[in-house]
Design a protein. Structure first.
Length: 479
């Protein structure tokens, strides 16, 4: 017999079916055993009656929560008074004729029938494969898949091309520290994992693709907070021959299509545009929440754009990544590859009134949080060089850092601009989750340990030797 999905049992009253799934709950009523069976599509109640199915009843005695079973049985309509309105299959019940255990389970370390928020993060992430069985996490990851699919379709309709870029690469500054990977073939040399595909996507514009996107993982070695990990997923895109307003318009359309496709509610059909100055004056921050109290309760998404940010800010001497990025008193606020607003191009080229130069940066905010950010880019060698000069780079340091970009821009670079949206954050907003970890399959713990697997971990000495690496504190090296 072919397997039936649990959600389909509701329309199969009177038919024989075969179900496969997990036992969520087993209730022994002495004369009867009830099993709530769960598969990817839903949950249904099954009943084992000793008189009619003695063999199945025998097996049912051994069953514990999270056992994997195969059930053959008949779908019976429930009498009116027994209908369970809480589940879509609540009008039926499966009368078990045969019951097979496909796999046994230890007692799970925590309850899988709650939303899980009452359980400590370390234990949830250690057993993430169990934690993900809970309804809320199943919903979150399925919503994530649906949303990404809708965004992808909206972009394809707009003639974007999905292109992957490398993970082993050279540093690209996004204001965090890099994760570095040692090279075995060139001991003492290192790759950097990308903080974003910023440079590669710009090179794809030079390459003539005109409209690019991907959903890259971005790796940033930042100080951990409860709602932060080292990795996040972006919707990264770039467009050629566009103004700032055209990028914002295209992104707005794509986001609206994605949000609507998954049933999200928008406050505004046209996202308000607020200048950085006005936002600071009015809200005291460049991220603000435009929802009314009622809209907050109803899960409404209030998107807005923030524009006209300062291009540069004074270096924070305490911040190691600032000291790494900049060699002068000034560092970039958002992105060193940005173009200033047209009125301030001369200032950038002359390196004058640095604190007053405004960038073409646009940030997308939603419900008080940052939901994305991008800019029109400096597409001529002179403009990019001028930014690095302001950050104190000598000609040879500029060459060393972005010489490849300057070279690429010398071969006919189209004017271009783009954006990156934080996908984890969008899902959290759509679902009303407070932490982006609730939207990721295998996030890191707040102490930087990986889900399920024990990393970071020591590496055997012979491997380090091959890489030409010596760890200074020996107690951290296993042999
Ligand atoms: N590369 C930027 C980031 O990752 C986004 C962009 O400017 O496109 O934040």
């Amino acid at each position: 017999m072919q397997r039936t999905l649990i959600k389909d049992t509701a329309s199969k009253a009177g038919e024989d079916v075969m179900l496969k799934g997990w036992v969520e709950v087993r209730r022994d009523h002495g004369k009867l055993v009830f099993l709530d069976i769960r598969d990817r599509s839903g949950i249904v109640q099954a009943v084992v009656i000793p008189q009619t199915s003695p063999a199945a009843y025998e097996v049912a005695q051994a069953i514990r929560p999270e056992f994997v079973v195969e059930i053959a049985g008949k779908v019976n309509k429930r009498p009116e008074k027994n209908i369970n309105k809480d589940i879509p299959t609540g009008t039926v019940e499966i009368e078990v004729k045969s019951l097979n255990i496909l796999s046994r389970s230890e007692t799970p370390p925590f309850d899988l029938t709650t939303d899980g928020l009452e359980i400590g993060e370390e234990v949830r992430l250690r057993y993430r494969y169990l934690d993900l069985r809970r309804k809320r996490m199943q919903e979150n990851l399925r919503l994530r898949s649906d949303y990404m699919q809708a965004l992808r379709q909206a972009l394809i309709k707009k003639d974007f091309v999905e292109i992957e870029t490398p993970l082993l690469t050279k540093t690209t500054m996004e204001g965090a520290r890099d994760f570095i990977v040692p090279s075995r073939f060139q001991p003492g040399k290192f790759y950097a994992l990308p903080q974003s595909p910023q440079q590669y996507k710009q090179l794809l514009m030079v390459a003539g693709f005109e409209r690019y996107f991907q959903f890259p993982h971005c790796l940033r070695d930042e100080d951990l907070r409860a709602d932060r990990g080292f990795e996040h997923t972006q919707l990264d895109l770039e467009m050629s021959f566009v103004t700032r307003e055209e990028v914002m318009q295209a992104v707005e359309e794509v986001v609206k299509e994605g949000v609507k496709a998954v049933g999200g509610k928008l406050k505004d059909e046209t996202f308000p545009v607020v200048s950085y100055r006005a936002a600071m004056d009015k809200y005291g921050a460049d991220k603000f929440d435009l929802r009314t109290e009622a809209e907050k309760k109803n899960g409404v998404l209030a998107f807005a754009w923030v524009t006209d940010f300062p291009f540069f800010r004074p270096v924070n001497k305490e911040e190691i990544s600032d000291k790494f990025d900049s060699k002068s008193e000034w560092t970039f606020t958002h992105n060193p590859f940005s173009m200033p607003i047209p009125e301030h191009v001369e200032r950038l080229l002359a390196g004058k009134n640095i604190g007053e130069i405004l960038t073409t940066q646009y940030d997308l905010v939603c419900n008080g949080l940052e939901a994305g950010g991008g800019s029109i880019r400096a597409h001529t060698p002179e403009l990019l060089k001028a930014t690095y000069k302001i950050m104190g780079y000598s000609d040879s340091q500029i060459e060393e850092s972005v010489g490849h970009m300057l070279e690429a821009f010398s071969f006919g670079a189209p004017p271009h601009g783009g954006i990156a949206l934080g996908i984890d954050r969008h899902i959290a907003l759509l679902k009303g989750e407070l932490s982006i970890k609730e939207t990721m399959a295998f996030p890191m713990t707040s102490s930087g340990r990986t889900s399920v697997m024990d990393a970071p971990a020591s590496v055997p000495e012979n491997i380090l030797k091959e890489l030409g690496i010596k760890v200074i504190s020996d107690d951290k090296v296993s042999s």
